[in-house]
Design a protein. Structure first.
Length: 557
């Protein structure tokens, strides 16, 4: 089985090609994801730098991390050798600063480094909070769509139009989340454990309610070669998320507008291209009718593209075909006109020879020449008949007549003209009015019956059938001539009614056949506003030639 071919117009094909550009949104999405990763990395590096800066300010300051003195504790002694070597005198170490004083000093250090969207902790090894500054929540202000002077107003309007849709699709940052770790003791965490182990550690975690993500960087505080505490700097990813959303909205708004404008432009271009091709097709179809005759011309386009070049080629081809068709159409009349004079000379010469005393063997040749001359005269008569009919159809007068009477009278004459054939007439009892020329209808029927009698089997009847077409929206009548005989070749069914076309493989009798009989039938049918077709019978044992004519209405004369 042959696969069914899917037909796609130029517009559909170009729009299908346009789907390749759907990769642009995917590339934009990957770009936004890469931008988000870059912003997150930058945020982590910023927090790590802040934590390192605070820890650097707190390095090697043991008094800030010493515990309060306990009564009875042994104080540290310091041995200072005397110049002359006396015994060492114990020195009393300075007491640690009060806890409030230590916290105030640490907070003073970190206060200048804190930001409104970051929170800084300073803890000791026991996870006691020594100082804290900043908050994770920013100011609760509405977040309008940022106006960008670098973008045209069209893009800004498109951003404002699509912003509600993006707000539904994209995760929006919020300041309505639970801020954890607000006590004086921090819970153990991976980044704190890493910092107390002497390693700068960065970690991410969600808030308990899952509404925000917190990025934290912890840096160890060294006193000598020991880690005495840690600095933890925390910040939410809301700023990164907001920047990601703004980049996504801007990029996809531009991509969407570009695709929309590109689709409209491509559709308009494809429509114009299709219209030009259809116009060229219509002109080409109108220039040549269904029988291959040239009826018009194709206007040569002045466009410099391929379609313009094609239209100029079509115009040139149609012009050459028109000249050749004109030559063919006039060939019969020219031949008949040019051959009449030499035929008359030959005829007169033969007549003079026949009157002269000649031997019997010579008269045989004269009779053969006379038979050939008669055939040539018959050919000229047929050619003249077709030529005169083409020229006279435009001047023929139309009248309203009964088609049934014309066909019945003609069939009665055929029964006398073809006594060896059985001719059957099937027609309705009432009359069928037709507007046209009854003489031409009779001439058309003469050609059909003559053609059927030549191909019909001797014992098989020739059926002339006249019926009304009931299924047609307009009143029409069908005149069919059917004979039993050899079927039509498939290659000739569409060309049978052209001039100088015949399906006879050899001549029947002495009558010449130029393929003009059915051509005359077509001319007469078209003159009456009808059509003609030839087809094989359903059983394949004969041929039916059908002429369809419009039935005259009551308003027609």
């Amino acid at each position: 089985m042959k696969s069914r071919r899917v037909a796609l117009g130029i517009r559909a094909q170009l729009l299908l090609v346009l789907t390749v550009f759907l990769a642009i949104p995917w590339l934009g999405y990957e770009y936004v994801r890469e931008l988000e990763r870059f912003l997150r990395d930058a945020q982590e590096r910023t927090l790590a730098g802040t934590a390192q800066a605070v820890a650097t300010a707190l390095h090697d300051r043991p008094r800030l991390f010493e515990a309060a003195p306990v009564l009875g504790n042994t104080l540290a002694t310091e041995r200072t050798p005397a110049a002359d070597g006396p015994p060492v005198v114990p020195a009393v170490a300075p007491p640690p600063a009060p806890a409030g004083q230590r916290s105030a000093e640490i907070e003073q250090i970190i206060q200048g480094l804190s930001r409104t969207t970051a929170r800084i902790w300073v803890v000791n090894r026991d996870l006691d909070v020594l100082a804290r500054a900043g908050t994770l929540k920013g100011a609760r202000t509405p977040s309008p769509i940022p106006a960008d002077a670098t973008l045209p107003r069209l893009w800004q309007w498109l951003d404002q139009l699509l912003h509600p849709f993006y707000a539904l699709v994209l995760k929006q940052p919020t300041e309505e989340f639970n801020e954890e770790q607000s006590g004086r003791i921090l819970l153990p965490a991976r980044e704190i454990d890493g910092a107390l182990a002497g390693i700068l550690t960065i970690d991410r975690r969600q808030t308990p309610d899952g509404k925000a993500v917190i990025v934290s960087a912890a840096h160890p505080i060294w006193v000598g070669d020991q880690v005495r505490g840690a600095v933890i700097v925390e910040e939410t990813t809301n700023a990164v998320l907001a920047e990601r959303n703004r980049a996504f909205e801007r990029l996809f708004s531009i991509v969407l507008a570009t695709l929309l404008i590109g689709s409209v432009a491509l559709t308009l271009y494809a429509s114009r291209l299709s219209a030009r091709i259809r116009r060229l097709r219509d002109e080409a179809e109108a220039a040549i009718d269904e029988h291959g005759r040239v009826r018009g011309a194709v206007a040569a386009s002045v466009a410099g593209d391929e379609i313009g070049d094609l239209s100029r080629s079509f115009s040139s081809v149609i012009s050459r075909l028109s000249q050749y068709a004109s030559y063919q159409q006039n060939m019969a009349s020219r031949l008949s006109h040019e051959l009449r004079t030499p035929v008359a000379v030959v005829r007169s010469s033969l007549d003079n020879l026949r009157l002269s005393p000649l031997p019997d063997e010579t008269r045989v040749y004269i009779e053969r020449a006379q038979l050939g001359l008669n055939r040539l005269t018959h050919i000229l008569t047929r050619m003249t008949e077709a030529t005169r009919l083409e020229q006279s159809l435009g001047d023929a007068e139309r009248e309203r007549f009964d088609l049934v009477k014309v066909v019945a009278g003609s069939v009665d004459g055929y029964r006398i003209a073809y006594p060896a054939k059985t001719i059957v007439l099937e027609s309705p009892g009432d009359g069928i009015p037709v507007l046209g020329a009854p003489d031409l209808i009779a001439q058309m029927l003469d050609k059909l019956v003559a053609n059927a009698s030549e191909f019909a089997i001797n014992d098989a009847p020739i059926v002339v059938r006249l019926t009304r077409i009931e299924e047609s929206s307009e009143a029409q009548v069908r005149l069919a001539v059917e004979n039993e005989g050899p079927p039509l070749p498939l290659a000739m069914q569409g060309r049978l009614f052209d001039s100088m076309v015949s399906v006879r493989s050899e001549h029947v009798g002495n009558e010449p056949h130029l393929g003009l009989g059915l051509y005359i039938v077509r001319l007469i049918a078209e003159f009456h506003g009808g059509s003609v077709r030839a087809e094989n019978r359903i059983d394949g044992r004969g041929v039916i030639v059908t002429v369809t004519l419009p039935e005259a209405s009551s308003s027609q004369l």
